[in-house]
Design a protein around this ligand. Structure first.
Ligand code: GDP
Ligand code: MN
Ligand code: MN
Length: 342
């Protein structure tokens, strides 16, 4: 039996059910509603796949010669038959958006607030929007308190932005990679982002929100706080909505994480055909952050935390950011800009 192309064989997740969200309402509006807005059951397509796979070897007529040697084809079939005996519901991932949290202010204990709103379980992955972590920690500034430098004035003119906002971006940046049509910069903790991830949304007029200075440390602290509060061992991802190269549209990215590795390392593993994978390192933390961002929504959804339950475990490493010598895109962009400035 010929297998379908890999893409159709493992379309990773199937959305079974989504309960109504809260789009269009301010966070304060739904204090009396159910706390968990979205329960999205995700199943691997293994069930469908196995239904297409024969449980028994195909019938042979008496004249058929059984192959003497184990070919790639027979090896593959034996693998497929074995896989059809697996528990077909091996993963049943639940995704729950946490609503009814109030507007967050400096000094708020977001770990406590989240634990009060949703009963966490061991093994859960709790995604938290960087924006509420920053607000809780006071990583915000009044624009009126920022005095722009000459450079900020110049870039504000070319990019059509408020010079005080540009100064905030420059202050948050460790290294400027590109200056226009928007600032693209690297932060001290390794993340590269448009306008250094400085936000003016979901905060009062005239204020800016900075990304946490050390999101890895923040994620670890949040993990310890959750453990202290409810005794549960959870993983944490601090997310931010980020733009991407080459593709239109923003997605959620993990900027800090704790409790698992950011990368699931497939190198050395074999595919369905026995080929050894040489370069596949799956950025699992970003994938989960991306789906969390979808459940959070942007603008006024009021869902700054999302819980993933029953995710499979993985192993890998935490080197999510390229080293300078590996990052081809950064090198090219920096070279381009050094030419522009000459
Ligand atoms: P970012 O992606 O970290 O920059 O955060 P966003 O501004 O996109 O917000 C992510 C989600 O959190 C959206 O659903 C927002 O409506 C929600 N949100 C942002 N700030 C607050 C807040 O203070 N309280 C509540 N309850 N939700 C918030
Ligand atoms: Mn943001
Ligand atoms: Mn966002």
């Amino acid at each position: 039996m010929r297998m379908p192309a890999l893409g159709t064989q493992f379309p990773l997740l199937e959305m079974i059910h989504v309960r109504k969200g809260t789009a269009g309402r301010a966070p304060d509006d739904h204090v009396h509603d159910n706390e968990v807005i979205g329960v999205v059951l995700l199943k691997r397509y293994l069930k469908n796949i196995s239904s297409r796979i024969p449980e028994k070897p195909p019938h042979r007529s008496p004249g058929d010669v059984k192959p003497e040697i184990e070919t790639r084809e027979t090896k593959r079939n034996s693998y497929i038959v074995r896989s059809s005996h697996r528990d077909v519901t091996m993963e049943n991932i639940q995704v729950m958006g946490v609503k009814c949290l109030p507007l967050i202010h400096a000094g708020d204990d977001i770990a406590q607030m989240i634990c009060d709103h949703i009963p966490l379980q061991d093994g859960d992955i709790l995604c938290i929007a960087s924006t509420i972590h920053s607000k809780a920690k006071g990583c915000t500034k009044k624009l009126s308190a920022i005095i722009p430098t000459k450079r900020a004035e110049r870039l504000a003119k070319t990019n059509g932005e408020d010079p005080r906002f540009v100064q905030a971006v420059l202050d948050a940046s460790a290294d400027i990679i590109m200056e226009q049509p928007f600032i693209l910069s690297e932060m001290a903790f390794g993340h590269i982002g448009v306008r250094a991830g400085v936000d003016q949304s979901n905060i009062e007029d005239g204020m800016v929100i900075f990304l946490p200075a050390d999101p890895m440390k923040s994620a670890q602290e949040l993990q310890e706080e959750v453990k202290m509060i409810c005794g549960r061992d959870v993983g944490i991802i601090i997310t931010d909505t980020c733009g991407r190269s080459f593709r239109r549209g923003q997605t959620g990215h993990a900027i800090g994480w704790s409790g698992f590795t950011a990368i699931r390392d497939f190198r050395g593993d074999t595919d369905l055909f026995g080929h050894v994978l040489k370069i596949t390192e799956e950025a699992v933390a970003d994938e989960i952050a991306g789906f969390a961002n979808f459940v959070m929504g942007e603008s006024n959804n009021g869902v700054p935390a999302v819980v993933f339950r029953n995710c499979p475990k993985w192993t890998g490493h935490d080197n999510l950011y390229f080293r300078n010598d590996e990052d081809i895109t950064k090198k090219v962009l920096k070279k381009e800009w050094s030419h522009e400035r000459q």
